[in-house]
Design a protein around this ligand. Structure first.
Ligand SMILES: [Zn+2]
Length: 688
């Protein structure tokens, strides 16, 4: 039996900066720790809700923000590990605990005595002399209570709680099914002819994937994006491309144990019911109230400006692909598994640019150094590696982050390689938020990527896309690290969903700034600087295939909005819905959704992006227009623009209304033009 004294999750953490003592934490510690922390949190909540003193901001809102630290500490360790370094034991605990935790959080927001106190403070907010940040916390918490059903009748509350709990279970199963389908697929490359066309680094990555899985094949292609996308781009073997592509887009859609279709169907029905409980006709309407966009109409207007021009551009690209295929003697029509292959050939022929020529300049360590240097030049941050600090996997690097006054402002964990125990994609997460409510608390932030690791002794080389992803996630990390707020609930990335991608996406612009590349993109063998001509070609080539990229993305956003705008409460067959909807919007037949519904984690894992996949494009309007402020100032490191960016965007967390924050940074409201221009969707001819 595990006693509490032996359980590191229930002890104070005496590690430097209070990092989790990863080496001491074992799977069996979690359930007893969760149970104890849940008990503690319930007691804290009861003390706030049943306090004899009349409700005040301090004894209700500040106390609420301060509560649940022990639980949050354990939850953050647990869910970060189940994402980055999971095991069957952790997965089993996840299945067991997810509904309990959802029920616990749901119960807090349905606590009538607690809500009565929050509501009382909210009603008297005008008389309380609150700071703007306190008012923001009050509004946020009050809104969260309403959203969680605090105003509903007793029977509706019970139903609400049951729905939320069930959705958590469905979400976990959805994610685990996708992971299982990805892990279960292996395209074995056994002979030299199976490798035809593959560049050296992809061969090495495929070989490494085989070795890690104990396979004797010379190479292995899994459904991890970092292997399958380059395979589809370079493999001369059309039959293998077709087989791999078809498996890739069928994740979550096969009959049997890992079928996500019934899970999605039930999820959608429950979401619709949830929206109706709150008086909305559709889940999209319900979700958009808590976004900068405000209504589905505002989203539809943005997507409509993009969709037809994107299709027109994709059609032009498709013609170029067909011509190239014919020139190579291929008379077949362009199928989805051909697009990336011929797009790469066009890129090479027309733009004199070859992804493989670039990669030696984009060594992972150099690009990480470039991201750190950019953060230093913009915001005065310095990153120093601490090899003595604990991490959960040998590949994770831990950095101390210091500000201009040399004080440590945060800890940054950098976890870059794909492995079987890590979920797909790239993301930022926190082990601890910045706050001051309990004394100065510095944030502990992690970035996860899924780059294919270089062979032992060889550097890991990134594609341009990988480098962009690295900067994107690092932009999210800076949002967490630069946070300067009082309350935990308003810290860092605790902002509206269509605003949260602004700090990440604007940071991508620096990845390809010539000034950054000239300093950091040094050849991994010769150490020579990236040539100007290659930078120019890179910029030029980035325009190519934007029709495809925009169609692939925007179609997902349109399907998501349509799916969640449905007003009938019955679930829907997502495969059928997807087919019908794509036909309706005129999806080009050679392009497949970037994420098909049966594995669309943004919508069905956690659900934070349900009726919200559009947010990347919404934020892109903000980031392109925002970056133009540096262009107008004449330098990508203009100190005044950088300081406004830090103050109003990266440091303000949820303390400002997003529209107000953007206006304070930019001096005016955002405009769409720079986004359309950067995607090449408007005619950019210089005036005569
Ligand atoms: Zn992001």
């Amino acid at each position: 039996m595990t006693t509490n004294t032996a359980n590191p999750l229930l002890q104070p953490w005496t590690t430097p900066y209070g990092l989790p003592p990863f080496a001491d934490i074992r799977a069996e510690h979690f359930v007893p720790a969760f149970e104890e922390a849940l008990r503690l949190h319930v007691a804290e909540i009861r003390a706030i809700a049943d306090a004899p003193a009349p409700p005040s901001f301090d004894n209700t809102l500040a106390a609420f923000d301060r509560s649940g630290r022990a639980l949050s500490r354990i939850e953050k360790v647990f869910f970060n590990l189940t994402s980055s370094e999971t095991t069957p034991a952790l997965q089993a605990i996840e299945r067991e605990m997810s509904p309990c935790l959802a029920a616990h959080h749901s119960a807090i927001y349905l606590d009538a005595a607690l809500f009565a106190r929050v509501d009382d403070v909210h009603r008297h907010r005008g008389e309380l002399d609150l700071t703007p940040e306190q008012l923001k916390l009050l509004q946020r918490v009050h809104f969260d209570f309403e959203r969680a059903g605090a105003r509903l009748s007793e029977s509706a509350k019970a139903r609400h709680a049951a729905i939320v709990e069930r959705l958590a279970t469905l979400s976990t199963r959805f994610a685990q099914n996708v992971l299982a389908d990805e892990a279960g697929y292996r395209l074995r490359l056994t002979e030299e002819r199976d490798m035809a066309g593959l560049p050296q680094d992809l061969r090495a990555a495929a070989h490494e994937a085989a070795r890690e899985r104990g396979e004797s094949a010379a190479g292995l292609i899994t459904l991890s994006r970092s292997l399958i996308v380059p395979f589809l781009t370079f493999s001369e073997r059309r039959d293998l491309r077709e087989a791999a592509f078809k498996a890739w887009i069928r994740r979550g859609e096969d009959d049997g144990d890992h079928d996500n279709r019934p899970i999605a169907r039930e999820t959608l029905a429950l979401r619709n019911e949830l929206a109706r409980l709150h008086g909305y006709r559709s889940y999209a309407e319900f979700a958009l109230v808590d976004r900068m966009a405000g209504t589905p109409v505002a989203v539809a207007q943005l997507l409509a400006q993009v969709w037809e021009p994107a299709k027109a551009r994709a059609a032009t690209e498709s013609d170029a692909l067909r011509a190239t295929a014919l020139a190579h003697g291929a008379t077949h029509p362009i199928e989805p598994w051909d697009w990336r292959f011929y797009a790469e050939k066009v890129r090479k022929a027309h733009y004199g640019f070859d992804g493989a020529e670039l990669k030696p300049y984009f060594a992972l360590d150099r690009m990480l150094g470039a991201a750190f240097d950019t953060a230093e030049r913009l915001f005065g941050l310095r990153f120093a590696e601490r090899r003595d600090l604990p991490a959960y996997h040998p590949d994770v690097r831990v950095f101390e982050v210091r500000g201009r006054d040399d004080r440590v402002v945060g800890i940054f964990l950098s976890d870059n390689f794909a492995r079987q125990s890590k979920r797909g994609g790239a993301w930022m997460s926190a082990y601890r938020n910045q706050s001051r409510v309990d004394g100065e608390t510095i944030p502990i932030i992690v970035n996860n990527n899924n780059f294919a690791k270089g062979a032992p002794g060889e550097p890991t080389l990134l594609s341009a896309d990988d480098a962009r992803t690295l900067f994107h996630e690092f932009g999210h990390a800076l949002h967490g690290l630069l946070s300067q707020v009082t309350y935990d609930r308003l810290a860092g990335t605790n902002v509206l969903r269509d605003f949260v991608e602004l700090p990440s996406q604007i940071f991508e612009h620096w990845a390809f700034e010539p000034e950054v590349l000239k300093r950091h993109a040094l050849h991994c063998v010769t150490g020579e600087r990236i040539p100007d001509a290659l930078i120019a070609k890179l910029k030029e080539a980035q325009r190519w295939n934007q029709g495809f990229e925009t169609v692939e993305y925007t179609a997902c956003a349109l399907v998501d909005m349509a799916l969640h705008a449905r007003t009938d409460a019955d679930g829907v067959d997502i495969s059928e819905f997807e087919r019908t909807e794509l036909a309706r919007i005129g999806m080009p037949r050679e392009i497949v959704l970037r994420h098909r519904l049966p594995h669309f984690g943004h919508l069905f894992q956690g659900g934070a992006y349900a009726a919200g996949y559009y947010v990347y494009m919404w934020a892109e309007v903000l980031d392109c227009d925002g970056y133009d402020a540096f262009v107008e100032a004449g330098s990508p490191f203009d100190p005044d623009v950088a300081e406004r960016l830090r103050r109003y965007i990266y440091s303000s967390g949820g303390t400002l209304d997003p529209a107000v924050a953007f206006r304070a940074f930019r001096g005016r409201d955002p405009v769409v033009g720079p986004m359309l221009a950067s995607r090449g969707l408007v005619d950019e001819r210089e005036p005569a």
